[in-house]
Ligand binder design. Structure first.
Ligand code: BES
Ligand code: MN
Ligand code: ZN
Length: 499
């Protein structure tokens, strides 16, 4: 996909198959809408009188307007002007990009980013336009015998800006393109069936990325090497399956070619890579169990984020760690009551084999210590309880570090990929008490998302750490079942701020 900017004042003279013009609810015209209205002798105001009210997530197509060079003007509803914010802008860009992709258009020009928005500068608005185009053009084809015939031809989005701030807009488009490419990798990995997207497949994806981008180096540890590291907790989950586990280390080296002396400590991302979660001996019910192929979306978001970071040649060391395996019932699987020894030395009583995410993550968190990281962020489809708490809108964020938590929350707002902070008080740790080990792997029904985070905190004591529970945000169920690519925008935005 190609992205460009156009700064000409004569919006009405732009030749394009589709030109997006923002219209607020209450019928207030954006400056761009005003230009089009004047040039077309009031055709736009005419349409607003009856057919179009500017509601969010709506659009109206006007064809062959007199005095306008664009073949179509797409009026995009932006909602009320006084509540116009980054999210409303992003939603508008998505309406337009979806229109272009679904109509089979090759290119389009959006004037939406030209609308001033208190919440988001021009750079962020251009970024959102590129992310929207990436989202609109994603189609899953990998395991279809016939490629979908509605495959979008959309190849180019141009962002029209009223003033001469082309550099800001171009930077935003560049960042947005990297986010979109990262998200689409994350989405594809999530959507792939679990008999294709195995731990080995995740490992070869990391190696492929390292071939494609010179800043990336990949290392995939096999079962033997994982045993040598004494990752007894991770291995206990992997043992129940015939599929080989993998521990993936994917490193991005800062672009600046920094000397060892002024090199900043790396930021480590840890992604849960359960390529299928049947629950193990604590077997899950059959309904919708297919969706547990998405239990590697944390891993997929780490790979997608590193892809984006590499494409952007980010000036900061970033390391991705992925413990990947299946969680299946078998004669060799974990049993409720088993006690295992983690890499940290802490023993864990497994009271429910379906609480496996924390069992694989804890060893990766211990492994992260060797990098003396500035921060460690783990990303995991960890608990159904987080879906109950926050639904499909916000990712759950847990951290004892206020500065880190605030940076992540802010990045999420800026990138329209929001998180909501949940507590991590010491008082919850009580629920993880075990009579037979240092810690139990479940904390009972109350505050299930919190006690899962508390479990992880026991292994993340030696560096600033945050945990993102993406169980509700990584994919959508139902008719439009599919991976979302979240929280790649949040993570890339955060890392851009740390470079
Ligand atoms: N992968 C699941 C969490 C999950 C469930 C994510 C549904 C999205 C939708 C995780 O491994 C799990 O099974 N968690 C259990 C924990 C419980 C046994 C303490 C859960 O949430 O039920
Ligand atoms: Mn589980
Ligand atoms: Zn799981």
């Amino acid at each position: 996909m190609e992205f460009s900017t156009q700064t000409t004042a004569s919006l009405h003279q732009i030749k394009t198959p589709a030109l997006a013009i923002g219209v607020f609810g209450d019928g207030i015209l954006s400056p761009a809408a005003d230009i089009i209205d004047r040039a077309s002798n009031g055709a736009l105001r005419e349409a607003l009188k009856t057919e179009f009210k500017g509601k969010p997530n709506t659009h109206l197509v006007l064809r062959n307007l007199p005095g306008i060079s664009a073949t179509r003007v797409i009026l995009v509803g932006l909602g009320k002007q006084d509540s116009y914010n980054a999210a409303a802008h992003a939603a508008g860009e998505l309406v337009f990009a979806n229109y272009c992709a679904n109509a089979g258009l090759a290119e389009g020009v959006s004037a939406l980013a030209a609308i001033e928005c208190a919440d988001a500068g021009l750079r962020a608005r251009a970024r959102a336009a590129a992310v929207a185009a990436g989202r609109a053009t994603y189609r899953y084809n990998a395991t279809l015998s016939k490629k979908q015939d509605d495959a979008p031809k959309l190849r180019k989005i141009t962002v029209w800006i009223a003033r001469t701030q082309a550099t800001e807009a171009q930077n935003g488009l560049r960042e947005g393109r990297a986010m979109a490419n990262g998200m689409n990798l994350t989405r594809l990995l999530g959507d792939l069936p679990p008999n294709v997207c195995t731990p080995t497949y995740l490992g070869s994806t990391a190696k492929k990325l390292a071939k494609e981008f010179k800043s990336l180096k990949a290392e995939v540890l096999d079962r033997k090497q994982i045993e040598t590291l004494k990752m007894g907790s991770f291995l206990s989950v992997a043992r129940g399956s015939y599929e080989a586990p993998a521990f993936i280390v994917l490193k991005h080296a800062a672009a600046g070619g920094k000397t060892a002396k002024n090199r900043k400590a790396p930021i480590v991302l840890v992604g849960k890579g359960i390529t299928f979660d049947a629950g193990g001996i604590s077997l899950k019910p059959a309904a919708n169990m297919d969706e547990m192929k998405y239990d590697m979306c944390g891993a997929a978001s780490v790979l997608g984020t590193l892809r984006a970071v590499a494409e952007l040649e980010l000036d900061r060391d970033v390391i991705g760690l992925i413990p990947a395996c299946e969680n299946l019932p078998s004669g060799r699987a974990n049993k409720p009551g088993d006690v295992v020894t983690s890499m940290s030395g802490q023993t864990i009583e497994i009271l429910n084999t379906d609480a496996e995410g924390r069992l694989v993550l804890c060893d990766a968190l211990t492994y992260a210590e060797r990098f003396k990281p500035a921060a460690v962020i783990d990303i995991a489809t960890l608990t159904g309880a987080c879906v109950v708490a926050l639904g499909h809108v916000n990712t759950g964020l847990f951290s004892k570090d206020d500065a880190l938590a605030d940076s992540l929350l802010r990045a999420g707002r800026e990138a329209n990929d929001t998180a909501w902070r949940l507590p991590l008080d010491e008082a919850y740790q009580e629920q993880l008490r075990s009579n037979f080990a240092d810690i139990a792997n479940i904390g009972g029904p109350p505050a299930g998302a919190v006690t899962a985070a508390c479990f992880l905190s026991r292994f993340a004591g030696s560096y600033p750490w945050a945990h993102l529970d993406i169980a509700g945000t990584a994919w959508r169920s139902g008719k439009d079942k599919g991976a979302s690519g979240r929280p790649v925008p949040l993570l890339v935005q955060y890392l851009l701020g740390q470079a």
